[in-house]
Design a protein around this ligand. Structure first.
Ligand SMILES: CC(C)(COP(=O)(O)OP(=O)(O)OC[C@H]1O[C@@H](n2cnc3c(N)ncnc32)[C@H](O)[C@@H]1OP(=O)(O)O)[C@@H](O)C(=O)NCCC(=O)NCCS
Length: 157
């Protein structure tokens, strides 16, 4: 008999840390909804996963898995930068936030950003920052961010 508490609508999407096995659950395909890039081999994924893991809590990649499909449907990351200014303060940098196109508008993006911002705060950061497109301005405002200054970039490739 189907448990009435486990319908898709009532599903409790839990945020957790990225795991090595998430590559086979569509993690890379999800990131490809954010930007165009070539596929990543299992070896490349494992090497990068281990490299990131060595930073411990200073580099966190989080995901939300859809328990029904077993697919990763949302992700984001935060990197903790250690500075000399602000009494050797720390700043959190949020990157690569994306929610699967099929489940947007279900507050999952907000959940991911909230999780990453909470992590930065718990790590002692005095602020958490990110770059985004003008289109996503309102989304991040709803996540508690405000616009400040502008982004500059120089690409090497
Ligand atoms: C931007 C993105 C992460 C939002 O994820 P999401 O799960 O659909 O957003 P949520 O459901 O958590 O939205 C939270 C709130 O922001 C609003 N919102 C979300 N995207 C918005 C947008 N583009 N413009 C205006 N409001 C937006 C929602 O309506 C919601 O409002 P509410 O709390 O009043 O109901 C998702 O659309 C996405 O992955 N886009 C493509 C990749 C991308 O641009 N990533 C950001 C890189 S900086």
């Amino acid at each position: 008999m189907e448990n009435s508490n486990s319908t898709k609508e009532e599903q409790n999407f839990r945020v957790r840390k990225l795991e090595l096995s998430d590559k086979s659950k569509g993690f890379i395909e999800l990131l490809q909804q954010l930007t165009v890039f070539d596929s990543v081999s299992d070896k490349e994924f494992e090497d990068r996963f281990k490299e990131i893991s060595m930073y411990g809590d200073d580099h966190l990649v989080c995901v939300i898995e859809d328990d029904f499909s077993g697919k990763i449907v949302a992700t984001g990351s935060v990197f903790i930068e250690k500075k000399f200014i602000r009494n050797c303060g720390k700043v959190g940098h949020i990157e690569d936030v994306v929610v699967d196109g099929n489940v947007r508008g279900m507050q999952l993006g907000k959940k991911i950003v909230g999780f990453l911002a909470d992590h930065a705060r718990s790590m002692g950061c005095y602020k958490v920052i990110l770059d985004c497109s003008v289109d996503n301005n309102v989304f991040y405002e709803k996540c508690g961010f405000k616009q400040k200054e502008i982004q500059m970039v120089k690409y090497f490739v």
